[in-house]
Design a protein around this ligand. Structure first.
Ligand code: 5GP
Length: 235
């Protein structure tokens, strides 16, 4: 059977696609090559992202994982595309109408994912104005990496009760960013279909908090341990 048969229809290009051949070549060279499980398994488990984190991730103080060379500063858009395809596979049939993220580092992955879903992306903007009324939904988010508190806003023009929203972000740590974005979707009377996370730091409480609330959280890599030069993942 053509392995593309199980993949969701790509709304933008109108055909089913597999990861590009040379990305498969990259993972097949690695120790945890997909040989035992086959290509589809490797595709769905996003081992590619885990391996990239192992190879290029830098552990910083304060439980921070730096992934500037492929995710947060220089951007490996081919890897982004595989991530987008995986979320499209996981959320196939969910009739998502909008993708919501938060500036700045969620924007790139959300845009590439949106190509797979064929829907617009909205990013919540960090606003300098404290009291904004009327035209925007607003909420307050404490930044994990900077420790400061931001008011984030989304124009009421772009989100309404008819929307079914997938929220995407690069990291999930304590869950403040996700909870803020969920609050904005709820203010709009729209539905959160789920959260698509690139890297969940599962040793921090955000993932458990969201799942306890009944949220569907699909994290492509789940880090269970970070420190002493070691990064471990939950399979
Ligand atoms: P949370 O709101 O879940 O506590 O943290 C998520 C946000 O903080 C993400 O938007 C992400 O930008 C940032 N963040 C959290 N942990 C890390 C990390 O280990 N590395 C990087 N680069 N960003 C992180």
């Amino acid at each position: 059977m053509d392995p593309a048969e199980d993949l969701p229809q790509n709304k933008v290009f109108g055909k089913k696609r597999l990861p590009s051949a040379h990305l498969f070549a990259k993972i097949e060279q690695q120790d945890q090559a997909p040989c035992q499980h086959g290509r589809e398994e490797a595709f769905s488990s996003m081992k590619l992202l885990e391996e990239r984190i192992r190879k290029d991730g830098i552990i910083e103080q304060g439980d921070v994982l730096k992934v500037d060379s492929f995710l947060n500063h220089q951007m490996d858009v081919e890897l982004y595309r595989e991530m987008g395809r995986e979320w499209a596979r996981l959320f196939a049939g969910e009739k998502i109408t909008k993708i919501l993220t938060i500036e700045a580092s969620g924007i790139g992955i959300a845009c590439v994912a949106a190509l797979e879903f064929g829907v617009p992306v909205i990013f919540a903007k960090k606003s300098k104005t404290k009291n904004i009324a009327g035209e925007v939904y607003s909420t307050v988010v404490t930044s994990f990496t900077h420790g400061n508190v931001n008011t984030v806003i989304v124009s009421k023009k772009f989100l309404g009760p008819e929307d079914r929203v997938l929220i995407i972000d690069d990291f999930l740590a304590n869950g403040a960013a996700m909870l803020g974005l969920i609050d904005i979707v709820h203010q709009a009377g729209a539905e959160v279909v789920g959260c698509g996370i690139a890297i969940e730091k599962a040793f921090q409480p955000g993932g458990a908090r969201l799942r306890e609330m009944g949220m569907r959280v699909e994290s492509l890599a789940r880090v269970s341990k970070l420190g002493d030069g070691v990064i471990e993942f939950i399979d």
